[in-house]
Design a protein around this ligand. Structure first.
Ligand code: F6P
Length: 441
C-alpha cells in the first residue's frame, strides 16, 4: 500500500462556501473528528510505521463536511440507486441521503432509480421516482429497499447517457463489490466524456467482505438475527440424547457472519468457514467424540465452506460463483457417519437463509447507515468521485473504489478473530488431522 493507492479523485476546486461551514470552523483534529486538511493514517502500529522510514505515509482522506464545496446545491440534481442482494439498512441509507441533501445542503431535486442499474438504462423502461423528505418518512422502519434492486451491471455508456439526459450531477450507488466495479466503470465513462458528475458509493454487504471500510452496514443486524437460529439449534441439541445442532449461515467467501454469530452466543463447538479448508473425513470422528463426551454438539457453518465437496454450479448475474449447498451435504454426511458407527443421533438442521438479511436495521446499524449517508453527501458535494465511504480506525474516510474492489475482506486464519473462535469453540486449527487420530475416534 502506498500513498498513491489512497488518493481520491476530485472533479475540481471547491469554490462555493458550504452551508455547513459553521459546523466545521470551530473544529481541529481531535480523537472524534479529523479536519479536512488532515489525514487518517493507514498503519497504526509503531512497528509498521517504523518500517516506513518516514517517507510519504499512506493515509486516507477524512470524511465529513468541508468549508467549501464544489456543487451549487440550488442547481444540481441527484440520483440514488440500490444494487445487488438485500441488506438491513438500505432504507436507512436512502433516507439519510435524502434528508442530508435537503435539510442541510438545500438540494431539492433528488430521484431514485428503480431496480438497480437497470433503472438507469432507458430500454428497461423503469420510471424514476422523486425522493422527498415526505416520501422517505418511516421507510427506515422496514427491511428491503423502497427503490427495488437487481443483480448485474449494465452498459456504462447507456448509464451515462441516462445521467446526461436527466441532468444528474451526483450519483449515489448503494451496493456490493460487483456494483462498485460497475460504479467505477460509470465514473471512468464520465471522465472519458469530460463530464462533471460525481459517483459516490455506500458499500453494502452483509457478508462484510469489502475491505478497508472497518465493517459494512447491516452486518451487525444480520449476525444478530442469526444468533436466534443458533440459540434454537443449541436448545434442541441439548434437549435430546445424541443432539446435534447444525446451522448454516450466509457468507459466500467470508465467514464473518458465522464467526460473529457463534461468538455472540458462545455455544458452538465448531465453526466452519470458507477461509479454513475442512476435511470432512477428519471432522466427523471429532464430532462423534464430542457428542459422546458432552452429550450434544453445535456446528455453525458458513455457506461458502466445503465447496470442494460440491460440483461447480456456474455464476449468478453479479458474476459470483453459485454455491453448492454445503449445509445439506454435511447434514447427510453426519447422519451417515453416526449411523455407520452405531451412535445415536438427533440432528436438527436450521438454515435461516434470507431471514437474516431482509429485516430492518438494528439501532446500531441505523446510526451507522445515517452517518455513512451523511459522509457520502459531504464527499459528493465537495466534488469527490469514484470513492466509497467507510470507517478506518473509527473515523469516517474516503476509500478509492479501485482499492475497495481490488481485494476481499476475509477472516484471517492466522488472525485474532479466528483465534477467538477457536478459543470459544475448542476446535482444532484444522480438520486435517493424521490418520492415527481418525482411527482412535
Ligand atoms: O452477497 C451477499 C449474500 O448474502 C451471500 O452471502 C449469499 O450467498 C447471497 O447474497 C445470496 O443472495 P442472492 O440469492 O440474492 O443471490
Amino acid at each position: 500500500m502506498d500513498a498513491a493507492d489512497l488518493r481520491i479523485r476530485t472533479l475540481g476546486e471547491c469554490r462555493i462556501s458550504s452551508p455547513l461551514r459553521g459546523l466545521v470552523t470551530r473544529h481541529g483534529t481531535t480523537e472524534h473528528y479529523v479536519d479536512e486538511t488532515d489525514r487518517v493514517l493507514f498503519d497504526d502500529t509503531v512497528a509498521m510505521l517504523a518500517g516506513r522510514n518516514g517517507g510519504d505515509l499512506p493515509s486516507f482522506e477524512p470524511g465529513g463536511p468541508r468549508r467549501h464545496i464544489y456543487f451549487d446545491p440550488s442547481k444540481i440534481r441527484v440520483g440514488i440507486v440500490t444494487c445487488g442482494g438485500l441488506c438491513p439498512g438500505l432504507n436507512d441509507v436512502i433516507r439519510g441521503l435524502v434528508l442530508e441533501l435537503t435539510s442541510h445542503y438545500g438540494v431539492s431535486r433528488i430521484v431514485g432509480f428503480r431496480n438497480g442499474y437497470r433503472g438507469l438504462v432507458a430500454r428497461h423502461g423503469h420510471d424514476v421516482e422523486e425522493l422527498t423528505p415526505a416520501r422517505v418518512q418511516h421507510i427506515n422502519e422496514h427491511g428491503g429497499t423502497v427503490l427495488g434492486t437487481s443483480r448485474g451491471n449494465q452498459d456504462p455508456a447507456e448509464i451515462v447517457d441516462c445521467l446526461d439526459q436527466l441532468g444528474i450531477n451526483i450519483l449515489f450507488v448503494i451496493g456490493g463489490d460487483g456494483s462498485m466495479r460497475g460504479a467505477q466503470r460509470i465514473a471512468r465513462e464520465i471522465a472519458d466524456r469530460d463530464r462533471r458528475i460525481a459517483v459516490v458509493g455506500v458499500p453494502k454487504t452483509i457478508d462484510n467482505d469489502i475491505p478497508w471500510i472497518g465493517h459494512s452496514f447491516g452486518f451487525q443486524t444480520a449476525f444478530g438475527k442469526a444468533t436466534e437460529s443458533i440459540r434454537a439449534a443449541h436448545t434442541e441439541a441439548t434437549a435430546q440424547p445424541g443432539g446435534v445442532g447444525l446451522v448454516q449461515l450466509m457468507g459466500r467467501h467470508s465467514g464473518f457472519i458465522a464467526c460473529y454469530a457463534a461468538l455472540a452466543t458462545n455455544d458452538a463447538d465448531y465453526v466452519l468457514i470458507p477461509e479454513v479448508p475442512v476435511d470432512v473425513d477428519a471432522f466427523l470422528p471429532h464430532l462423534r467424540r464430542r457428542v459422546r463426551e458432552r452429550g450434544h454438539a453445535l456446528v455453525v457453518v458458513a455457506e461458502g465452506a466445503g465447496q470442494n465437496y460440491l460440483p461447480a454450479e456456474g455464476t449468478d448475474a453479479s458474476g459470483n460463483r453459485s454455491l453448492g449447498d454445503f449445509g445439506i451435504y454435511l447434514r447427510r454426511r453426519i447422519l451417515d457417519d453416526f449411523t455407520a458407527a452405531g451412535t445415536e443421533i438427533n440432528l436438527k438442521y436450521i438454515d435461516p437463509s434470507y431471514v437474516i438479511r431482509s429485516v430492518p436495521a438494528n439501532p446500531y446499524d441505523s446510526v451507522y447507515c445515517l452517518r455513512l449517508a451523511q459522509a457520502a453527501v459531504h464527499a459528493a458535494m465537495a466534488g469527490r468521485t469514484e470513492l466509497v465511504v467507510g470507517t478506518w480506525r473509527n473515523r469516517f474516510v474516503h476509500v478509492p473504489i479501485p482499492l475497495a474492489v481490488a481485494t476481499r475482506n476475509q477472516v484471517d486464519p492466522d488472525g485474532d478473530l479466528w483465534m477467538s473462535v477457536r478459543e470459544a469453540t475448542g476446535q482444532p486449527a484444522s480438520f486435517t488431522t493424521p490418520a492415527t487420530d481418525r482411527a482412535a475416534a
